[in-house]
Ligand binder design. Structure first.
Ligand SMILES: [Mg+2]
Length: 424
């Protein structure tokens, strides 16, 4: 069973959210789907997937580990973590999909079988900056504004807080038992993301605390809440933010600072009394070995489409188990990614929850078949082989965009529409 073709496709059924899927075909008629969506760098990944053709077409699709190792070591001058592990992830997921189809069983059965009958999810309500995201988030363009602490644009807004409380109550009533948000106003004009080392002024800290107090009051004392800092802040800001959030009783504070310097993270960790979660910007078992050895986090959140695929997520989960740490796969991508993470979660004893954006499910319904079975904030297994879904190619092609042409990212007129997809 030789790999005969590898096809990347970028499709954007939700304005501003281009998803990068990969189809791997074999010479005996099987095919599987993978995903390595990473919105602002999709073009690089799209071309990287195409460049793998000369390396792995003709290899035996059954030998998933051999193909994993081949890509990883062939590109080790780039460091196999990050860009390369994204490429590996898409291929690995597709090969597991093929293997499940060949053996006519769900992937989790090939990983040791189920340890649970469903995978619990956590989801999102709006971030403080949801209505301020703009095309720079999507296009990855160089920043156009100087770094400054521009907090005069922000004021306490009762209408926005009421909207937050309403969304939280609706999400809780829909059956979800845990919610995440980013409560921190941006110190950079119109941009929310880790493009700078941001500083939180006293005013921005006060507004973020107000955001979280509103959320806590809306959902009650026993409900699980997480805060995502999106790896944005300097050490002093992260410590100040963590300290003031101690009374909110968070399940975790996620990526309080930029991720490159573990000693800086240790400084934050030693000065706050909130559990830490990191991982979406860490890749492969080698990054995680260091996290666990240095006791840097209470939770980890590898992304199956970035960390090295199903094979690597399973290995990282086992490393976490050794350290009595729960995993919670990161997922803010398309439906192939969440299906792949689900397969590992089904067989992982030390699972917390899998991430999702439940407001995207109505779009998933259009492009996958069958849609996930969601019940009380959890995904149920459907016992179909492989990933348990097929991409509806006609629908996927209807929303196909050309990653070589960044025009599709120029969504100025639709910025608000795109932002709303995060918060509705
Ligand atoms: Mg995050």
């Amino acid at each position: 069973m030789k790999i005969s073709n590898i096809t990347p496709i970028v499709t954007m059924p939700i304005d501003g959210l281009p998803w990068l899927f990969v189809k791997v075909e074999t010479d005996d008629g099987y095919y599987g789907f993978g995903e390595c969506t990473d919105y602002s760098v999709n073009l690089h990944l799209f071309n990287g997937i195409k460049s793998l053709r000369s390396m792995i077409i003709g290899m035996d699709a059954s030998n998933i580990e051999n193909i994993w190792q081949t890509i990883f070591h062939s590109y080790d001058d780039l460091n196999g973590r990050g860009y390369v592990s994204h490429l590996i992830s898409a291929i690995d997921i597709a090969l597991w999909d093929i293997k499940g189809k060949v053996l006519n069983t769900p992937i989790y059965n090939l990983l040791g079988g189920a340890v649970r009958d469903r995978v619990p999810l956590y989801t999102h309500v709006q971030d403080f900056n949801s209505d301020k995201r703009d095309k720079k988030f999507l296009g990855g363009a160089a920043r156009e504004v100087p770094l400054h602490n521009n907090d005069q644009d922000y004021n306490s807004d009762q209408g926005r807080l009421e909207s937050l409380a309403k969304a939280a109550k609706e999400t809780k009533n829909a059956g979800y038992d845990a919610i995440k948000t980013d409560p921190f106003p941006s110190s950079i004009n119109g941009y929310s993301g880790p493009s700078e080392v941001e500083r939180l002024t006293p005013k921005l800290l006060r507004l973020s605390l107000e955001w979280m107090q509103t959320l806590r009051e809306a959902v009650g004392d026993d409900y699980e809440l997480m805060v995502d800092a999106h790896a944005r802040f300097d050490v002093a800001s992260a410590i100040a933010a963590g300290k003031q959030l101690e009374d909110i009783n968070l399940t975790w504070l996620e990526e309080p600072i930029h991720v490159e310097n573990h000693n800086a993270l240790r400084q934050v960790k030693e000065n706050i009394n909130v559990p830490i979660c990191i991982g979406e910007r860490h890749f492969t078992r080698w990054d995680y070995t260091e996290i666990f050895a240095n006791r840097l986090a209470e939770y980890v959140m590898p992304d199956v489409a970035w960390c090295g695929g199903i094979s690597e997520l399973r290995r990282i989960a086992a490393q976490a188990e050794v350290n009595y740490i729960r995993i919670s796969p990161h997922d803010a991508l398309g439906p192939v990614s969440i299906a792949a993470g689900f397969q590992v979660c089904m067989t992982t004893p030390n699972l917390y929850r899998q991430e999702c954006l439940h407001t995207w499910f109505k779009t998933f319904e259009k492009i996958i078949n069958p849609m996930f079975t969601i019940e009380n904030g959890a995904i149920l297994p459907n016992n179909l082989p492989g990933l348990g879904l097929d991409l509806n190619i006609d629908e996927v092609k209807k929303y196909e965009v050309d990653p070589e042409n960044n025009q599709y990212l120029n969504i100025t007129d639709n910025d608000q529409n795109a932002a709303n997809q995060w918060i509705n």
